[in-house]
Ligand binder design. Structure first.
Ligand code: LLP
Length: 429
């Protein structure tokens, strides 16, 4: 990522900070994020909405990628809205001072308590997943004497090519209403009829880590056709269209260099063409990226504790973190670029399997990956860990979650403290 470089000592740097010095100052494992990079990406998304839709709409940061108070503050200060999918993410956003009107509440099985909390907080948009939820929102809104703004989560029936656990737009998905079966249209009819909800728009999300632009274009077309049908057949004029997130990022050199502007350009052409075709006013357009806002802005630093060579098989390089701070290889066999941060200027000619410290064989960060020749005590950096690492971390084996440090203008500051052993037993009785 463009926030990374190598200094005269041969050390990896992030936004002008020496990662080896960071490891020394804060200890390892350590999440490090570049504020400069996050802000830059937010501005690029924002500029696309301005450019293609005259600012009519907004990028929404999907906070599941990395939710904490400081990141909520940073992205919303750049004019992004925020997506939350649980009471906990909502609480985090509100605690950070995010304006509830700019929060979109998603999720396929929001609890009664979460729905109440969202309505009480005045969340700007609840994205409804199913009919029971619609009834619950209507009932709670009626009890409270309010009208709640909602959108409908639609499965556009598009199968984006990505890992099966993270694709969501096809018909066999637990998320949202299906178009093909008529379910979505019936749900919209119900929502229009309901007195204490105001249906403002539609939402779809076709998957994650997608490089191909065509499924996004297709989704926009399918969604606008449905948007038009709602006006044509029910006389209901919607105003919002949220086309979801899912833009791919670079984990390995071989991954495509992503220009978000490219997706935005093609999708916007489809949006404009469809609106023209149906004679529709262009809705407020929202996109909902998570990974691409924080992913490449983050790295994780570890210390190498042991190097175990199994002759003719492989060499395990053991680090002081693992699946408890980054479960993505264990879950999805995800790609990562690893390197020795204190010898980043040396050739990566050593084949290593990076092993975590959890008590199971599957606790790996990467297998047979090329790094600089490792030594015990080296700092190992794993790149593009800003998304779905901290947010998916656990206390497995009662490991403590590492601290997170934010870098801005060459200065570092802690934005999340590392957990302590006391934190681990805080709720034990
Ligand atoms: N909107 C909705 C409704 C979503 O479900 C998601 C991601 C996003 C937006 C943001 O997608 P993104 O731009 O981050 O791709 N844990 C998996 C990723 C799960 C994505 C879930 N939904 C991983 O580590 O790869």
């Amino acid at each position: 990522s463009d926030c990374l470089s190598v200094n005269e000592k041969g050390h990896l740097t992030i936004s002008g900070c020496d990662t080896v010095a960071l490891a020394e100052q804060y200890g390892t494992p350590l999440y490090v994020m570049s504020e400069d990079k996050i802000r830059d990406t937010c501005r690029r998304y924002k500029a696309s909405i301005d450019r293609y839709y005259g600012g009519n709409g907004a990028p929404i940061y999907a906070s599941k990628a990395f939710s904490c108070k400081e990141i909520c503050r940073i992205v919303t200060s750049e004019g992004l809205d925020l997506e939350v999918v649980s009471g906990g993410e909502l609480f985090t956003a509100l605690s950070a001072g995010v304006d509830a009107k700019h929060i979109h509440f998603q999720g396929n099985n929001k609890s009664l308590r979460e729905i109440e909390y969202a309505i009480e907080s005045g969340v700007g948009d609840i994205v409804v997943d199913n009919l029971s939820e619609l009834c619950r929102i209507e009932k709670i809104s009626a009890e409270k004497g309010v009208v709640t703004s909602i959108s409908m989560r639609i499965k556009p029936g598009i199968d984006a090519h990505t890992h099966e656990f993270i694709r969501t737009g096809q018909i066999d998905s637990k998320f949202g209403f299906a178009l093909e079966t008529g379910e979505a249209f019936e749900a919209v009819r119900e929502a229009v009829r309901a007195e204490h909800v105001e249906l403002i728009g539609l939402h779809c999300h076709i998957g994650s880590q997608i490089f191909d632009k065509s499924p996004f274009v297709l989704a926009a077309e399918v969604m606008l056709a449905f948007y038009n049908k709602i006006y044509a057949e029910l006389g209901k004029k919607l105003t919002h269209l949220n086309l979801g997130g899912g833009f791919g990022i670079k984990y390995k050199d071989a991954d495509a260099a992503v220009a978000y502007e490219d997706y935005m350009n093609d999708v916007s052409a489809a949006v404009h063409a469809s609106c023209e075709k149906y004679g529709l006013t262009i809705p407020k357009i929202y996109i909902e990226p998570g990974r691409s806002i924080v992913g490449e802005a983050g790295i994780t630093l570890y210390t190498v504790g042991d190097i175990k060579t199994i002759p003719q098989v492989r060499t395990y390089v053991a680090i002081d973190g693992g699946m408890y701070d980054n479960p993505r290889y264990a879950l999805y066999q995800s790609d990562y670029t690893c390197l020795i941060a204190n010898r980043a200027d040396q050739p990566a000619n050593f084949k290593a399997t990076i092993a975590g410290k959890c008590c199971e064989s599957g606790d790996l960060i990467q297998e047979n990956t090329m790094i600089q020749k490792p030594e015990i005590g080296d700092i190992l950096a794993v790149l593009s860990t800003g998304a779905y690492n901290y947010s998916m971390a656990s206390n497995y084996n009662r490991n403590v979650k590492p601290a997170c440090v934010m870098i801005c203008d060459g200065q570092s500051r802690v934005i999340i403290k590392g957990e302590t052993y006391e934190d681990l037993i805080r709720n034990d009785l």
